[in-house]
Design a protein around this ligand. Sequence first.
Ligand SMILES: Cc1ncc(COP(=O)(O)O)c(C=O)c1O
Length: 387
Amino acid sequence: MNRIYLDQASTSFPKAPGVAQAMMDYLTMNGVNVNRGCYSSAYSAEEVIYETRQLLAELFHFSKCKNVIFTPNVTTSLNFILKGFLKPGDHILVSAMEHNAVMRPVVQLASSGISFDRIPCRTDGSMILEKVEELIRPETKAIVTLHASNVCGTRMPLDALGEICQRHQLYFVVDSAQTAGIVPINMDKMHIDALAFTGHKGLRGPQGTGGFLVSQELAEQMEPLISGGTGSVSHTEEIPDFMPDRFESGTPNLPGIYGLHEALLYLKTHSLQAINEKELSLTGYFLEQLQALDDTGRHIRIIGKKDLTDRNAVVSIQTPEIDMSQVAWQLDNEYGVMTRVGLHCAPNAHKTLGTYPAGTIRFSFGPENTKNELDFAIQGLKKILDL
Ligand SMILES: Cc1ncc(COP(=O)(O)O)c(C=O)c1O
């Protein structure tokens, strides 16, 4: 049976060419630690780490390569950032479309006196920008938002939010899980103070890689969430006060960083615009096919935007007449089409979209997917829904 992977918003597949080989080469031909050994293979691993920081800084238009911090994923990064600088009495704004990677730390922080408001979004997931400034209070410290919804693909207006943050002297924290490696992000122009990223989605690196890029001003407000050995300033038991060591303790995920390094080198030779266009052309095609299958919305309800403006290659649907888990199960078992069903770790996004608590079936596309694969998914839906 075919294997058609349409769950790219969860993790990308296939990974960028060369990623697996780079990890394998590191593990079989180098394999040593960094910052600890005084031999050339340790220095060469350090070079790869340094170059990976540089590639990330370049990709996100950020000038301070030493302020690129590695963590296992965007979730850990957001925990580092939010728990690192927020103090009791502070207030923040989040979008109404957040993933639990933002919401769970925020709700956890609420029990220690940090409050938040949600910036309302429309039923297609787009932000109601006019409401933002009404919600800012004297104690508001930051706006925290995802760049694109993992439920319906709608993108947030980062340029406008960055401008508001600058005007009100707020920190701007962005979760780029769904857009890094797909949509251009210019930290400098967008006034982003901290950008959290994950390596295994649009960047097409391995799982277990990620990190954040943080301005020096915000870094100085942040307490490190963890501490331990760094291989530097070993004469003291104090946490180093310099970057990146202040936020990077313990042995890093070296095989993962070698893989991410390769993925970033691959990305450097490909234009983000071309990747984005390819993904959006698949999205447009899929939306058209869905609408042709059922233009009444009785059998298939398309959630979120029905056009290609300000969106990612993520399409959520509901099938009002047949249980969605059943549909997703049949798509996989009978047609080899892999999707995700449920609430996708974003309960409030579903409340905004009007799909809570049932959730949706989510189809998400990457640059290696083809129209043929999408046709197969559509044929599967047609048969399962008896259309
Ligand atoms: C918008 C968003 N934020 C955060 C995450 C969490 O990513 P990770 O599991 O790599 O930390 C995801 C994953 O789906 C996501 O879509």
